[in-house]
Design a protein around this ligand. Structure first.
Ligand SMILES: Nc1ncnc2c1ncn2[C@@H]1O[C@H](COP(=O)(O)OP(=O)(O)OP(=O)(O)O)[C@@H](O)[C@H]1O
Ligand SMILES: [Mg+2]
Length: 356
């Protein structure tokens, strides 16, 4: 195999061009005349306007060693799929360059032959009319494996993904989790240098999640395969990855081992505060506040859930609570805890994001 890291990216960015939307393609809400009229106006406007371009990735620098399992963590829309598709040679970056499995990103055909890519949303081209087992053998032989090897690998991956009992069910008769494991199994038929798994754990029950995670950790690096695996849940990624890349709004928020990232959180605490509905304080948060997330809590009471990452200290509590009450909302609940990986990525509006 080639020398050098399995993946190296330099200043990779991706901007999706704006799409023109038509009235016919726009979903109109029908909840009430006012909403409807507002949407109709918006929809009509969209017929003559271009939607603005979307910046999905900004200045991503990354090197993944051979045999490493890299976890990509980030909330919805943070750029995980975009990053994985660029590495898979399925999408051209708008800026930057890099090498994957020894080939420059521009050599996408060569890259695609060296990569197994799994996205577990959708059917990923499974044949409905074939059994799980025949699907695997069909794809194995289609890609040029000898019938004997195809049979052997099929049995191996069926066992690895706990599909032996369901191997003779038609694809259309599989449950979601089974179908997802079948898609995974198919990707593992080939021993490609790189295995890219986009949210493979979503929809799996805890037992199968654990089994898949163990399998990836134990077997794939031992076969010399490099794995990039995404999810939006920290504990899932933590359990499988050697290093974690945390994306937020297309930016790299953190990159390192879980221990590295946790070290960067030393001296910080997270305050989960619930207040009555109020305006956002007009004053800036006190300087010991590194990050503020604000989310409206659904329900008739009108509550706001704040998550604040703050420096630990004698005046922390009083300063933060004074700041929160400055906009007039009564504080209903306060909880303090140590920060985890999940706190590095925001899943709601971030008002301040320096430090940490
Ligand atoms: N084909 C596309 N055209 C335009 N914008 C896109 C396209 N694909 C993704 N985007 C936008 O790029 C951003 C990043 O999307 P991406 O799918 O990479 O996020 P993600 O982290 O995989 O999210 P999720 O957890 O929901 O899968 C989002 O703002 C998304 O709306
Ligand atoms: Mg995605």
């Amino acid at each position: 195999m080639e020398e050098g890291p399995a993946v190296s990216l330099q200043a990779v960015g991706k901007v999706y061009p704006g799409v023109e939307m038509s009235l016919r393609g726009t979903k109109l809400e029908t909840l009430g005349p006012v909403l409807w009229a507002r949407n109709a106006i918006r929809a009509a406007r969209l017929t003559i306007e271009h939607a603005p371009p979307v910046t999905a990735l900004v200045d991503v620098n990354l090197s993944v060693a051979r045999g490493e399992v890299l976890g990509v963590l980030g909330p919805n829309g943070s750029g995980k799929t975009t990053l994985i598709k660029i590495v898979a040679g399925l999408l051209r970056p708008s800026t930057g360059d890099g090498m994957v499995a020894g080939y420059p990103l521009t050599a996408s055909d060569a890259i695609r032959r060296r990569v197994s890519y799994v996205s577990t949303t959708g059917w990923m081209g499974l044949e409905w009319a074939l059994s799980a087992r025949d699907n695997l053998r069909f794809f194995a032989e289609l890609s040029g494996m000898s019938p004997a090897l195809a049979r052997r690998r099929t049995d191996e991956v069926l066992r690895a993904l706990d599909l032996e009992e369901d191997a003779f069910k038609l694809t259309s008769e599989l449950s979601n989790g089974m179908r997802q494991r079948l898609i995974m199994a198919r990707a593992l038929l080939w021993r490609t240098p790189l295995v890219l798994l986009d949210e493979p754990f979503v929809g799996l029950d805890p037992g199968h999640r654990q089994a898949l995670s163990d399998y990836i950790r134990r077997e794939l690096p031992a076969l010399g395969q490099t794995v990039v695996i995404s999810d939006h849940q920290a504990e899932v990624v933590e359990s499988v990855a050697d290093r974690v890349l945390i994306l937020e709004g297309g930016h790299v928020r953190a990159l390192g081992t879980v221990a590295d990232i946790m070290r960067s959180l030393a001296g910080l605490i997270v305050l989960e505060v619930v207040t009555e509905l109020s305006d956002t304080p007009t004053l800036l948060p006190p300087p010991l506040v590194h990050r503020v997330e604000r989310r409206l809590r659904p329900g008739p009471l009108g509550l706001v859930h704040w998550r604040l990452t703050v420096e630990q200290g004698p005046s922390t509590f009083s300063a933060v609570l004074a700041w929160l009450s400055s906009a007039g909302g009564r504080i209903v609940e306060v909880e303090e805890r140590r920060p985890g990986l999940q706190d590095v990525m925001a899943d709601s509006t971030v008002l301040a994001a320096e430090g940490a």
